[in-house]
Design a protein around this ligand. Structure first.
Ligand code: GDP
Ligand code: IMO
Ligand code: MG
Length: 420
């Protein structure tokens, strides 16, 4: 049995909570994309954590946490996160770090600032885009290179020679030294070096043996580098379509593809957002929903649920089921809006456009449905949920044509109703 947990919006849908909950039964939990741009909130035995690199399997003894190829890894962040988790758990979680994942070097973050792309695209400024750029330009440093310092040094020298040529007036670049950069990486990564290995082989063996393997997606479908609202996207494949390539397994047999989405929408950073709201409504959603980034602390923009985008995201991932989160945040609204279609160039369309510039021109066409006044965060039995909430759920299912299998009414693991 394998399960993939996939974000269906612009990230922060509650993937961390759902993965942590389901990972209890897992033998292996694999992150397959992104890096420390992710911030996944987990409440483990009453303690709140924001994880950035380590998948939620780490909270359970005997579950292997895999950071697979497709990811970009900052060893300073990883080491700190591993130490924090070890302290909380009382044991050291077992990791497997793919030798062919790429390393975020200190100069990648510097480059994001020098190029101005961090500011322009509203990125998390974690060096994500420069690291993936180096990967495709064949100028990256890979995790496995740390086991062969002579190879790492050679690669670093080549990369630095290009950098110094391209940035003659930037002292922070001119002062870089390959040997000291390598030594710094080796010292930081030292306790994690035994975890470096062949993730593709390990995942393949676990799946072939019928183990319970989970995949923890990062970001969301609308941030996918190919299929998101380009160019206001991240730099990796965030959907199930990219998962096979990221882990190096053709046509992975993942029976359950659970798409996670909020009962409304949020977005952090730049880029179009058709159903965005402003003023008191924005303030209410942001405050009640605690909509501030886990990684950067930035306030998230808020808006109504967009079913055009949701249907697109669910089909991109081939979702077998959906998990809706944060329904409790909508308690107390007399009416709730859902976007059923867009008005584009004077016509109504239910197609999600593939470019940010076209999405920017889309005006939402709303259906208004009844809200509910009851507080629901203590409800644990679906039969006790308000009728209008159930009607809201049925409306979503009828449009997306995928069953809602998980209903989340609070950040704690207990505040979840499993329908299958
Ligand atoms: P992720 O990146 O998809 O893992 O999501 P984040 O952790 O960045 O953001 C989701 C936020 O919503 C976190 O603060 C969670 O603790 C919280 N959360 C998750 N599910 C629920 C829910 O059903 N209700 C409420 N109120 N908060 C939730
Ligand atoms: P999780 O896994 C929300 C956004 C950034 C920016 C864009 C590009 O917690 O859902 P990047 O640093 O990746 O180059 O930034 O993508 N972004 C996220 N937004 N949740 C995330 O991860 C995100 N990871 C990146 O805000 O708009
Ligand atoms: Mg997040």
């Amino acid at each position: 049995m394998s399960t993939a947990i996939l974000g269906l919006q612009w990230g922060d849908e509650g993937k961390g909570k759902i993965t942590h909950l389901l990972a209890k039964e897992a033998d292996m939990v694999v992150r397959f994309n992104g890096g420390p741009n992710a911030g996944h909130t987990v409440i483990d035995r009453g303690v709140k954590f924001g994880t950035h690199l380590i998948p939620a399997g780490a909270f359970y003894p005997g579950t292997l946490s895999v950071l697979s190829s497709g990811m970009v890894i900052n060893f300073a962040v990883l080491r700190e996160e591993w130490a924090l988790l070890s302290e909380h758990l009382g044991w050291q979680p077992q990791l497997l770090i793919a030798e062919n994942a790429h390393i975020i070097m200190p100069y990648h973050r510097q480059l994001e600032e020098l190029e101005g792309s961090g500011k322009h695209f509203g990125t998390t400024r974690r060096g994500i885009a420069p690291t993936y750029s180096d990967k495709t330009a064949k100028l990256g440093i890979r995790v496995g290179d740390l086991l062969y310092p002579d190879v790492a040094l050679q690669r670093l020298e080549l990369k630095l020679s290009f950098l110094k040529r391209d940035w003659p007036d930037a002292p922070e670049i001119q002062n870089l030294d390959a040997r000291s950069l390598l030594e710094e990486q080796l010292t930081t990564a030292e306790p994690l070096l035994p975890f470096i290995g062949d993730a593709t082989e390990a995942i393949g063996l676990a799946m072939a043996a019928g183990k319970n393997v989970m995949f923890e997606g990062a970001q969301g479908a609308l941030l996918d580098v190919d299929h998101g609202s380009y160019p206001f996207v991240t730099s990796s494949s965030t959907t199930f379509a990219g998962l096979g390539n990221s882990i190096g397994i053709p046509n992975p047999q993942v029976d359950r593809r659970l798409g996670v989405f909020k009962a409304y929408m949020t977005r952090v950073g730049a880029g179009p957002f058709p159903t965005i709201v402003s003023g008191a409504l924005e303030e209410r959603l942001r405050t009640t929903g605690g909509e501030f980034g886990v990684t950067t602390g930035r306030p998230r923009e808020c808006g109504w649920l967009d079913l055009v985008a949701l249907r697109y995201a669910a089909s991109l991932n081939g979702c077998s089921g959906l998990a809706i989160t944060k329904l409790d945040v909508l308690s107390g609204f007399d009416e709730i809006k859902v976007c059923q279609s867009y008005r584009l160039n004077g016509q109504s369309t239910d197609k999600f456009p593939l470019s940010a510039e076209v999405l920017e021109r889309c005006e939402p066409e709303y259906e208004t449905v009844a809200g509910w006044s009851e507080k629901i965060s203590q409800i644990r039995d679906e039969a006790e949920l308000p009728k209008s909430l159930m009607a809201f759920i049925e409306l979503i299912e009828s449009v997306v044509k995928v069953p809602i299998e998980v209903i989340s009414v609070g950040p704690e693991p207990e505040a979840t109703m499993m329908r299958v």
